[in-house]
Structures are given as C-alpha cells and as structure tokens.
Design a protein around this ligand. Sequence first.
Ligand code: SF4
Length: 463
Amino acid sequence: MAAAFHQRIQEALLDERLQTALYAATGRLMDKRKSGVTAQQCPDYQELRAHAHLIKRHTMENLDYYLELLARKVEEHGGKVAWCRDAGEVQTFVGTLAKERGIRVAVKSKSMLSEEVALNEALERYGVEPVETDLGEFIIQLAGERPFHILAPAMHKTRQQVADLFQEKLGGKREEEIEKQTRIARTVLRRRFLEAGLGISGANFLIAESGAVVVVENEGNARLATSCPPVHVAVAGIEKVIPRAADLALFLPLLGRSATGQPLTSYTSFLSGPRRAGDLDGPEEFYLVLVDNGRSRILADREKRQTLYCIRCGACLNICPVFRKIGGHSYPGTYSGPIGAILTPQALGISHEPELPFASSLCGACAEVCPVKIDIPKILLELRSEVRKTETRERRWNFEKLGFGVWAWLMRRPRLFELVGTAMLELLPAAGPLLKPWTEWRDFPHPPPKTFRQLWRARKAGA
Ligand code: SF4
C-alpha cells in the first residue's frame, strides 16, 4: 500500500501539465480566500472561527441528543430517516429503495459521502444509472476518475482536456471555451433531471431543531436534483448536524469565504421533507440517510474528535505545500490533503493507511486557514505516534532512527563531535548519490565554509 502511494506521488511529480494546473488552481482559490477574509471584508473573522469551533465542540459532545432531535423533526415533516453503520448499509438501503420503485436513472448533486461509500458503483449493480450533475463531477464521471479535490473535483483538468473529453464522450463540436462547455453539459443534464426517478444529494449542514437539510452550491443543480425526481435521498455523515438554524449565520459565511472567497455561496437550499399540499414542487418521498462509517470511532477520542468539525471548505488543501505538489489522486481514500491525512486513517483504522499522517510538512498552514480551527498538525503528530507504536521492532529500526541515535551519541562526546563535523564539511559534496532520495525533489543547502565551532573560535579570537 505504501509502495502504491509513493508510486502515485512520483507520477504526479513527473506530470508537468498536472503540476502547472494544480499550482495555478490552488493558487487562485487561495487568493480568493485571502481576499474574502481580510479585515475589511470580514472584520470579525477570528471571532467567527472561535465561535464556530465552540459550536462544533458542543455538538460533538452532545451528538446523540442532536441526532435524535434531528430524526424526530425530519419524521414530523413526513420524511424518513435511515441509520447506516457503514458503506454496505448505505448501498443496500438506496439500491433497494430504487429497485422497489423501479427507478432506472438517479441524478446526483455533489456529495463526497456518496463517493466515500461507493454509491455509484452500487447503484449500477442495482440496475440504476447514476448521473453526476455538478459540472466538475460530471466531467470526472465521464473521464472515469475519482474527485481530485473536495471542492473542485475536476481541478486537475485543463479546458483543452475537457474539450477532448466532451467531444469523445458526448460527440459534437470540440469547444475549448468554458462557457460553451458549460452549455453543453447543461443541455445534456436538463434531459436527465426530467427522466430521473431518484435525486441524491449530500448535505452541508443538518439543522437539529427543525430537521432541515441544508445544501450549499454555486450551480443550481442541487435544487433540480432535489426537487425534480419523485424521490429524494439526502446522504449525510452524522457529524453534519448543528443545533440551530441561527448557527448558519456563522457557518455559511465561514464556508463561502474559506472555500471560494464568496461572502455567501450562490444557492443555499433548506430541504424539509417531501412536498406538502399546496407546494409547487418537491419530491413525493424524502429520506435522510445518516451515515456513521467510522465516525463513531473518531468521536470516541476526546482529542482527535475535532476532525469531525470539518465543514469541507477545502482551504487546507489549497494551502498545503504537500497537496499542491502531489494532488488529490495521490492520496488513498476519498478525502485528500490535510483533512484526508487525518480523517482517512482514523475512519478506516491506522493500520489501513499508516503512510498518510506522514504526508505533511507540519508547517501549520492548514490549522491557520481552517475556519473551524481544527488543530490538524497536532492530530497528525498523534497519529504518527500511533503508527510508530503499532510498527514492529524490526521495522522501527530504520535509517532515521539510526541517524538520530548516532547523532545523540556524538553529541555526548564534544571532541569527537567536532572532528566528525569538520570531516562532514569535506565529505558532504562527495555524498551526493547517498543523499539522492532527499535531494531529488528539493535543494540541499550549500554547506558553510567553516563549522560553527571554527567560526566561534575565530570570532572570540577577533574580539
Ligand atoms: S479541515 Fe478545516 S480547512 Fe480543511 S476542509 Fe475541513 S474545514 Fe476546511
């Protein structure tokens, strides 16, 4: 598994087109976020972050209460709630529901959770064609790939690549202009909305006090996916619940500004059960699927449960120097970047993905931009320590450990330390091949002309 991870990283680093697209796209998103959180644009940004962190903490500490309240409210509005422990239960629930209704086409608005539980593959096994309707998701579905970024799933594709893809899969004229490509996608998708028997959405927030599912988007496709088909299924992780609608006054601006620099995302929909008498549109049946899939395990750890505060804004990915080089497809699992590095090993178990907590420079930039103040570097360190504890004695005997052991031994012998230090200055230039794994992707600093001790002695003699 580690070998596959390293292989994907090598491939990403060698792909010049990917490197250019990735650096430019994350840079643009970072710039937008930066301009959205300035003191002029959002004077109380830091207070909002602190407050959002507290609300999330309070909700996670009382998650059982808020989930029960949410379920009661959804049912009061005529909706049904399904509790699913893992991916298999979600697949069975949604697949069986579609099969019983004789549904052949399901339109989906962007949902990372449905990726996490491999819902598309499951639907196909039940004879249902899943159609992604978010433009980025539509592109990667056509390309047969998985999302590259939690917010911008097709971030790695250039418009020229999209032009080739559309021409190959949809036919028609090759169009490189993004507006024209959007028009092509819209024409194809409008028809699919009308023929779909099932609409599947994710949820950005679940309001416990009212039972509303809140979906935030910029394209309007989620509104069509949740109101055109006769059946709507919202699939959401249990951590998406927040106590009150009033809390959105914090979370919506934090999400919009951190994700794309927008004060608010273009469309915010509140979905509360099936269509009622007198409603102009809406589904006849509404289901909320609440998914655990490892989240209870994360919740059980008092320190690391803050992982569940994440509102999936993507800011930590855009700023992460590791993500910006290796990209989303290098990471195993659905979630990439710093949040993926802490979420995936905890949800699946540390032995499944032991490499992930090490895919970080620990620079702390992720914690600085996180709108809900998740201390990602701290969790990474804790996970690293857990990985080390689970490793066998033999495996721990690696070069890093050996190197630090020798260094500690030398530090206790000052004269020898000095001798070795002086010799190293001479030997370092010749040690190039030995340092290749380290220097392949970064520059080795030029060694100073003299050791610290030589410089110190010279300085004292001159004083
Ligand atoms: S961890 Fe924080 S910065 Fe990263 S996606 Fe989640 S909310 Fe955004």
